[in-house]
Design a protein around this ligand. Structure first.
Ligand code: FE2
Ligand code: FE2
Length: 321
């Protein structure tokens, strides 16, 4: 059987709604934008884990601790799978990790802020994993097949993270007056960050627009933000939580939610590495990276030994023959 080689350009293939697979010829633009978003989502999983793990020793009960450890392991796994994707596209893993530490590649805005109270951990899992889920769910339809398949697995695990977060929220929402106040104060802190999570509005972001045109991002920043409001406004109301934005309402005529424009200056400052906790978290990661250097070195040495002994063995077999 003769298989026709696909000679269409990537633009034509995307116009035909074809899925791009590993090994297909890519344009530099497609590869760069794709690797850019993969690295961003991988870094975010990674630094999200570094944010939440601060609470593992202080979780308020054994059950909460177990759930948090399991979530943390999932997040590191999500990061690994996505770094692997970028590696398969030609990026070097060590370089990706170094560039994260040097602040040359970014990660989600939420993980630059402190998580000083247990309710912050609940809200990160419920509201921020919930925001990330809008993006990840949409990426199940990205034009790059391997990324879409990984997102299917990631989303199944994220469902559990959101439920774990909601379980904490329910405990606070149905608890004492003090607990309900902590919950509302927490939402006051995290709501604007969740709104910002989706990035600049569509008219401000050329990069995001181009990613939508290339099918890398199936939905734009504003579409995802509106979808988040559709999902979370009823949830917040169910728990009697006020949305801390006096300009927030559903505009029937425009058929969309209206809200106070986020402070994009703050957003840009935060994501460029100047958040209140950015450097402290990167330092923790730096220490972990240095402390585990011996494991990587041992693996390289072991692999070299293996290679050398394979060579010697095959050499001796050749001599006998
Ligand atoms: Fe994750
Ligand atoms: Fe998660």
């Amino acid at each position: 059987m003769h298989i026709e080689e696909n000679t269409l350009s990537i633009e034509d293939r995307l116009a035909n709604e074809e899925i791009i697979e590993l090994g297909d010829p890519l344009t530099d633009e497609y590869r760069d934008l794709l690797c850019g978003i993969i690295q961003f989502t991988a870094n975010s999983e990674f630094m999200g884990a570094f944010t939440e793990r601060e609470w593992i020793p202080r979780a308020p009960s054994y059950q909460r601790k177990l759930a948090l450890i399991a979530k943390n392991q999932d997040e590191i796994g999500h990061a690994q799978m996505q770094y692997q994707l970028a590696e398969n596209l030609g990026r070097d893993r060590e370089e990706m990790l170094t560039s994260l530490l040097a602040g040359n590649t970014g990660f989600g805005n939420a993980f630059h802020y402190p998580a000083d109270e247990w309710i912050d951990i609940g809200l990160l899992a419920w509201m921020l994993d919930g925001a990330a889920m809008q993006l990840q769910h949409s990426l199940m339809d990205t034009s790059y097949g391997p990324y879409a398949r990984i997102m299917r697995r990631v989303c199944r695990e994220e469902e559990f993270h959101i439920r774990h977060g909601e379980h904490i929220i329910r405990e606070y929402a149905t608890g004492s007056r003090a607990k309900r106040e902590r919950l509302q104060a927490g939402v006051d802190r995290w709501w604007p960050r969740a709104v910002m999570f989706f990035g600049l509005s569509d008219d401000q972001s050329e990069k995001s627009k181009r990613m939508v045109e290339l099918g890398i991002k199936p939905k734009s920043n504003d579409e995802l933000r509106q979808q988040y409001f559709d999902t979370y406004v009823p949830k917040l109301r169910k728990y009697d939580i006020e949305i801390p934005d006096e300009n927030f309402y559903y505009d029937d005529a425009a058929e969309k939610w209206q809200y106070t424009a986020p402070d994009w200056e703050e957003f840009n400052t935060i994501v460029s590495g100047n958040g209140p906790k950015t450097q402290q978290r990167l330092d923790r990661r730096r220490t972990a990276f240095e402390d585990t250097a011996w494991v990587r070195e041992a693996m390289v040495a072991y692999n070299e030994d293996e290679k050398a002994s394979r060579f010697t063995n095959s050499g001796s077999i050749n001599t006998i023959n």
